[in-house]
Design a protein. Structure first.
Length: 340
């Protein structure tokens, strides 16, 4: 029979958000607090560095740590994954069948990369110029494609919906442009940025600056165009014009794909989720809108901001302050102002 366990505070997710909050809750005079972190992976990755790995400026091994080394020593690590949330019962069930009950729940489950969301992507990734920075397994393929590129069309994509770090899909493009110039192949190269967004960036003054960057670098921006299929045998990327519905085939010699992303499946269909599948929290206090003993932060939340590690740095102390106040039945004193 599966075990039943109880912890005062349960954190779902051992990534940047979960580890940061766990560390803040168990240091100093909090060190005796009963905090458990549910995380199935034995590896922890510093994902922001993958952009530089893809550009040949860092080694991917530098981004990897064992989960045990980053887990706060005073936290209990439950090496399992969540299968079901039961917030009305202050409980959740893990994949191995264990029921974990809690007094307080913090959801920091990240987001899910949907590699099968684009037909042809999974089979073509890492081959014949198709690459992506979005996993430890594939990031080396980006540098190989950029390093061996000798000219032609270099296509970089940005999908609709949420992505990890709104600027990352174009950062690798600028670094590739620099490499092409160093290698003497830029004058034989057409760089195309196909993005589902209507503009280069949603926030001023960055938009104005980046408009100047793409103009200076002579990058062909195809706004409201989303990658919907890869036909690897002919090196054809099929783009969809999101305004007209027209399918636009484009030949590529290098294709860097930012895959579609979304909330983790185990979370998207749970009572904690909003209509889009993200954890439904107050945008200032990070407290759940329906379950008063649940908080969330980071990529899995429906906070109306970009999903970045920098955002977590500002969200974590707000969550911790508000959680501690809630535990004392006090008003929540801290507010997240939207920094990302």
């Amino acid at each position: 029979m599966a075990n039943n366990v109880h912890h005062n505070i349960v954190i779902v997710g051992g990534g940047t958000a979960g580890i940061t909050v766990a560390a803040q809750l168990t240091r100093g005079w909090f060190r005796r607090r009963d905090v458990a972190v549910i995380e199935p992976s034995d590896k922890h990755y510093y994902q922001p560095l993958w952009t530089l790995v893809g550009a040949g400026l860092a080694r991917k091994e530098a981004t990897e740590r064992s989960e045990a080394k980053v887990m706060p020593r005073k936290a209990t690590w439950i090496r399992d994954a969540v299968a079901e949330f039961r917030p009305a019962e202050n409980a959740l069930v893990t994949k191995d069948g264990t029921t974990v009950t809690y007094d307080w729940l913090i959801v920091a489950a990240g987001l899910q990369i949907n590699w099968d969301g684009i037909p042809g992507l999974r089979d073509s990734i890492g081959k014949e110029g198709v690459c992506s920075n979005y996993s430890f397994a594939t990031v080396d393929s980006t540098w190989e494609a950029i390093r061996n590129f000798s000219g032609g069309t270099a296509l970089f994509t940005h999908p609709s919906g949420a992505v990890k770090c709104g600027g990352a899909p174009q950062k690798i493009m600028y670094l590739a442009d620099d490499r092409f110039r160093q290698a003497g192949v830029r004058d034989k190269t057409k760089i195309v940025f196909a993005t589902a967004l209507p503009e280069i960036f949603a926030v001023e003054p960055y938009k104005t600056t980046l408009d100047g960057v793409v103009a200076r670098k002579q990058i062909d921006c195809r706004f409201r165009h989303e990658l919907v299929e890869i036909q690897a045998s002919s090196k054809t990327a099929v783009l969809k014009n999101l305004d007209t519905g027209e399918l636009v085939p484009m030949h590529y010699d290098l294709l860097h794909v930012t895959p579609p992303m979304g909330p983790p499946s185990f979370l998207a269909h749970s009572p904690l989720a909003d209509e889009q599948g993200w954890v439904d929290v107050d945008k200032e206090t990070l407290r759940h809108r329906r379950y008063a003993n649940v908080f969330a932060l980071g990529d899995c939340s429906n906070l109306p901001t970009s999903k970045t590690g920098a955002a977590i740095r500002k969200q974590a102390p707000v969550l911790v302050k508000n959680l501690l106040a809630a535990m004392k039945s006090q008003p929540l004193p801290a507010r997240y102002e939207g920094y990302t």
